[in-house]
Design a binder for this molecule. Structure first.
Ligand SMILES: *Cc1c(COP(=O)(O)O)cnc(C)c1O
Length: 405
């Protein structure tokens, strides 16, 4: 900027496409789990940029990784490979079921790759007609036209013309519906191993096992969308590790870049072989800057200290939220896993999750919603205990404000 510009929230409505409704504050600085706005007002961050800033804001190791790579090499595109991408892919392969990695820049792109790969695999192996994608009501898989159509909220995909075909939605956790829907024409089942945007809904353990069993029976692939649950969020590096099910394809984004755009699709040798040269690609995918940061994120998150710490912090959140609820009676349930938790609003507060988010901001706290009836918490995996305590105090003030209004 050559001239000093005064930047205000009002300008958003003037110069930005109106597809978002951002809150009135404009944060300008973050450190750990604290954020400051233009006026210097401090916020505790229980939102984590929607489960993205898994190591808080400006973690020194991530800043160093970005700076060092920033002075070496920014971009080549995929006409050449690069060291950070090779290192990160190796770490992901070593840490998971996967043999192969495809890098992208967002959750939607990783899912788009997963869906295209599943379709291509079925086409190559079984011929035409094996193209049914089974997905779940309320699921969220991103906003490209394919992924939003696989997602389970028609309001997000209606009104854009003819939709991609061959997609069937069934209720989450409904084994009978799954059995009734699967057939030899099923290509893949795409599922979040804990629904995030849909309202923090956990799978019943036997449901995931049934998904695996039926997929095997009908030669269909299991795609786990771990864009939100991945990279330590549930207390395991990936949520599938806390279940007895292994997917065929897994997608990861959000936290893997710690705030820098990065995503990956992981799969096995056998399936990966069907993405032959030229079948798919991305200009930025595997960009050295993004992967340099991703390496630092994985190095830190994939340690017992951080993963066990998630479980300890989950307990602090549950205890604190339950104590607030004992006093104010706003939630019917606290659900979720690790540091992906949802307070489910009871009968009296139906449809008001955004009011809780706004009241939290009034009290110096950033939270999230997951639909109209769930207040969502997705803080840094390493949020200090003192910040949890202070944030819960501010949340209590926000709840009190709503209850006594
Ligand atoms: C956020 C999210 C996505 C979409 O990720 P983008 O980076 O916004 O494209 C996909 N799946 C799940 C489960 C998510 O939570």
């Amino acid at each position: 900027m050559t001239v000093e510009m005064k930047l205000t929230r009002e300008q958003f409505d003037e110069v930005m496409v109106p597809n978002y409704a951002p809150s009135p504050v404009i944060p300008v600085k973050g450190e750990g789990s604290r954020v400051w706005d233009q006026q210097g007002t401090e916020f505790i961050d229980f939102a984590g940029g929607i489960a993205v800033t898994a190591l808080g804001h400006c973690h020194p190791a991530l800043v160093t990784a970005l700076k060092e790579q920033g002075e070496k090499l920014w971009h080549l595109s995929n006409v050449m490979t690069n060291e950070p991408a090779l290192a990160l892919a190796t770490k992901l392969v070593n840490a998971t079921f996967a043999d192969k990695v495809f890098f992208a820049n967002s959750g939607a792109e990783a899912n788009e790759a997963a869906l295209k790969l599943a379709r291509r695999y079925a086409f190559d192996k079984y011929g035409e007609g094996k193209d049914q994608i089974i997905a779940f009501d309320k699921a969220f898989h991103g906003r490209t036209f394919f992924t939003v159509s696989v997602g389970g909220q028609a309001t997000y995909s209606d009104g854009f013309g003819p939709k991609p075909q061959g997609i069937t939605h069934i209720p989450y956790n409904d084994i009978a519906a799954l059995e009734a829907t699967m057939s030899d024409s099923t290509c893949a089942i795409m599922i979040e191993p804990l629904q995030g945007e849909g309202g923090i809904i956990s799978p019943e353990p036997e449901f995931l096992s049934k998904v695996r069993e039926l997929a095997d029976k009908y030669n269909a692939l299991v795609i786990f969308d771990e864009v939100q649950t991945g990279v330590g969020r549930t207390g395991d590096l990936y949520a599938y590790m806390g279940t007895d099910v292994t997917p065929d394809i897994l997608t990861t984004a959000k936290a893997i870049g710690g705030g820098f755009p990065l995503a990956a699709m992981l799969t096995t040798n056998e399936i990966a072989a069907h993405f032959k040269v030229g079948t798919h690609g991305s200009t930025y995918g595997g960009n050295p800057l993004a992967c340099a940061v991703g390496n630092a994120v994985i190095d830190i998150v994939n340690t017992p200290e951080v993963l066990d710490g998630v479980k300890q912090r989950e307990q602090l959140f549950r205890d604190g939220l339950n104590a607030i609820n004992d006093k104010y009676h706003v939630f019917s349930q606290i659900r979720g896993k690790g540091l992906l938790l949802g307070g489910v609003l009871n009968e009296k507060y139906q449809g008001r999750s955004r009011d809780f988010l706004l009241a939290s901001i009034d009290n110096g706290l950033m939270t999230l919603v997951a639909g109209a009836n769930v207040v969502r918490f997705a803080p840094s995996l390493i949020i200090p205990e003192a910040d949890i305590a202070e944030g819960l105090k501010r949340f209590e003030a926000a709840v009190a404000q709503i209850v006594t209004a």
